[in-house]
Design a protein around this ligand. Structure first.
Ligand code: ADP
Length: 579
């Protein structure tokens, strides 16, 4: 046996003993390496037929640039031909080897001429790799220079190709097996994870504070945790296999069934679902249920639910609802009675005021005309009639003012008002009353300028506060009126030595119908409306009014701007009071 023969035999033995556990690409490259070295070729490639698509693909290269395979395809693409346009196509068709003694003279190699030049080969042999009758791929060896092939070389490469095909098939199988083992390992890992998460879920399910359960698609309980059993007051055996209808009121069962149908049909529904359950001892409890469907693959196999016991919350909600209803009703009633009161006030006051004014008029006439003719007793009686008429008229006017205030009907006419003047006039008007009670009234006003306001209304305010001071000051007391000004405002204070006002009532006295001591109203008279009217009038003048009391009488303070904001903004002369 010659040296050549020995080398070829060694090559064949090397190929068959390639370790197929190696990476598939490495197995292919080793085959190419051994073949090329034995045949003294400079490089080589291997092509394999894809088992799925039947397409021939170049899968390995030896002795060629790293991007060689990529460039083979690129060159074919530029030429607009498939890979099988090359001699490889002929090999596939005929099942026989194909010799290319000079690459640059074989027209089938034209698309790859430039590449061959760059990669440094000039002759090739394409050999089919057969497995049984099937061609599984091609083993191709390249030489640097053009070359005539000997029969010996051709038969050797054919033998190498057939040996290689077995090695490649085995390597493929090994690769698949490795894949399967990997998959198996992954599957095992997944299985362990699944087991772990199942255990975690079990743990969660069993120890959850909220009731948890599963039902099948027909509504039969499949599982329930301890929290659920505790609320229902039943054993697991009693619940598993029972139908959800047995634990729900008919109304709640209808709702639950409706939701179950929607869930199974994958229709939208709102969560949580509020249901009333019947416990084993007959007690009814309320729960907010949150549910989701359980699937096995695509199939819906049941519903998983979590409930929150909201019985106490629901009770409170119901109570609140009841209170709300009651409150609403009372409010409606109040509104109705307010309306009636307003109507009553405006009707009655008109009914009273008109006849009273006429009584007062005729009494005055009688008093003036018959001054000489009437007896002393009759004169005194007429004085009483006149005094009481005045009181009544003043009260009715208060009522009318409040009614008008509430109906938004009081107008005021701003003009230049002298504070000194209104203080003086009010004192003059009330002189007979305070003299009668021997009350000393001291007025100390140092205001020289006028303010803008409604004279009649401001007069009403000062008179009201002065009358109160007289009313609540015992005989022989003292009332001091002080008034001062700065650039923008005037301040009036009316102080008395009367009964005083408790600290906690200093604000309430400005409320409608408020009197510090309602029971004493008979003693002092009045409706508790005066200060409310005063406050409204002062506020409509952009002013402030407040009371002070130190247990030694009371002081009422008023601050008024010299020009109201309305006047600053325009020249309006008659504005509604409550707008
Ligand atoms: P009334 O017509 O009852 O006087 P007002 O609204 O004018 O109504 O006053 C409300 C209440 O404020 C009075 O009933 C009284 O309790 C208290 N009050 C007002 N002025 C004085 C004052 N100068 N001294 C003590 N209490 C007063």
């Amino acid at each position: 046996m010659g040296k050549n023969e020995i080398l070829k035999l060694k090559a064949l033995s090397d190929i068959t003993s390639i370790d197929i556990i190696l990476k598939f690409e490495e197995v292919l490259r080793n085959i190419l390496k051994i073949t090329c070295e034995t045949l003294k070729g400079c490089s080589g490639t291997m092509m394999l037929v894809d088992e799925v698509t039947g397409e021939l693909k170049m899968v390995a290269a030896f002795g060629l640039p790293d991007d060689y395979i990529e460039r083979v395809y690129k060159a074919a693409k530029i030429a607009g031909v498939p890979l099988t346009y090359s001699p490889s196509g002929t090999v596939l068709e005929t099942g026989k080897y194909y010799l290319v003694p000079d690459v640059f003279k074989d027209i089938k190699m034209e698309p790859w001429w430039q590449l061959a030049q760059e990669a440094g080969y000039a002759s090739q042999i394409f050999t089919p790799m057969k497995h049984g009758n099937n061609i599984i791929g091609l083993l191709n060896v390249y030489w640097e220079k053009p070359k005539q092939f000997t029969d010996e070389e051709v038969s050797f490469i054919s033998v190498v190709a057939s040996h290689s095909s077995s090695v490649v098939q085995n390597a493929k199988m090994c690769e698949r097996l490795k894949g399967n083992i990997h998959e198996l390992n992954e599957y095992k890992k997944l299985e362990t994870k699944l087991k772990e998460s199942e255990e975690k879920y079990r743990d969660l399910f069993d120890n959850a504070k909220d009731p948890m359960y599963t039902i099948d698609i027909y509504g039969y309980y499949q599982s329930i945790n301890d929290a659920g059993l505790q609320i229902i007051g039943a054993t697991r055996e009693e619940i598993i296999g029972s139908h959800m209808s047995s634990l729900l009121t008919p109304e709640s069962y209808t709702i639950a069934l409706e939701i179950l149908k929607k869930q199974i049909s994958c229709l939208p529904y709102e969560q949580p679902i509020r249901l009333e359950i019947i416990c084993k001892n007959g007690e009814h409890r309320w729960g907010d249920f949150t549910t989701r469907i359980m699937r096995d693959g695509d199939k819906i196999i049941g519903i998983h639910g979590i409930a929150r016991d909201i019985t106490e919350k629901k009770k409170l909600e119901d109570q609140l609802k009841e209170y709300h209803e009651k409150l609403k009703k009372s409010y409606e009633e109040l509104k109705e009675s307010e309306k009636l009161k307003k109507e009553f006030i405006s009707n009655i006051t008109h009914e009273l005021l008109t006849p009273l004014t006429s009584i007062k008029g005729y009494s005055e006439l009688l008093y003036n005309d018959a001054i000489d003719t009437t007896s002393y007793k009759q004169k005194k009686s007429l004085e009483v009639i006149l005094r009481n008429s005045d009181r009544l008229i003043s009260r009715i006017k208060d009522l009318l003012d409040v009614a008008a205030l509430e109906k938004d009907e009081i107008h005021f006419n701003p003009c230049s008002v002298s504070i000194n003047e209104i203080i003086f006039e009010s004192v003059q008007d009330l002189k007979p009353i305070f003299q009668n009670k021997e009350i000393e009234v001291v007025s100390d006003s140092v205001i020289s300028s006028s303010i803008s306001g409604d004279k009649e209304k401001l007069n009403q305010v000062i008179t009201n506060i002065l009358s109160n001071a007289i009313k609540f000051t015992p005989n022989g007391g003292k009332i001091t009126i002080t008034a001062g000004e700065n650039e923008d405002e005037v301040k009036i204070s009316i102080n008395d030595t009367g009964i005083g006002i408790p600290q906690d009532k200093l604000e309430s006295i400005f409320n409608r119908f408020y009197q510090v001591d309602g029971s004493s109203s008979r003693k002092y008279g009045g409706f508790g409306l005066g200060l409310y009217i005063c406050k409204t009038i002062i506020e409509k003048h952009d002013g402030l009014i407040w009371a002070e009391s130190n247990g030694n009488g009371s002081t009422f303070n008023i601050v008024l701007p010299k020009i109201t904001s309305k006047q600053k903004g325009g020249t309006e002369c008659s504005i509604r009071l409550l707008n």
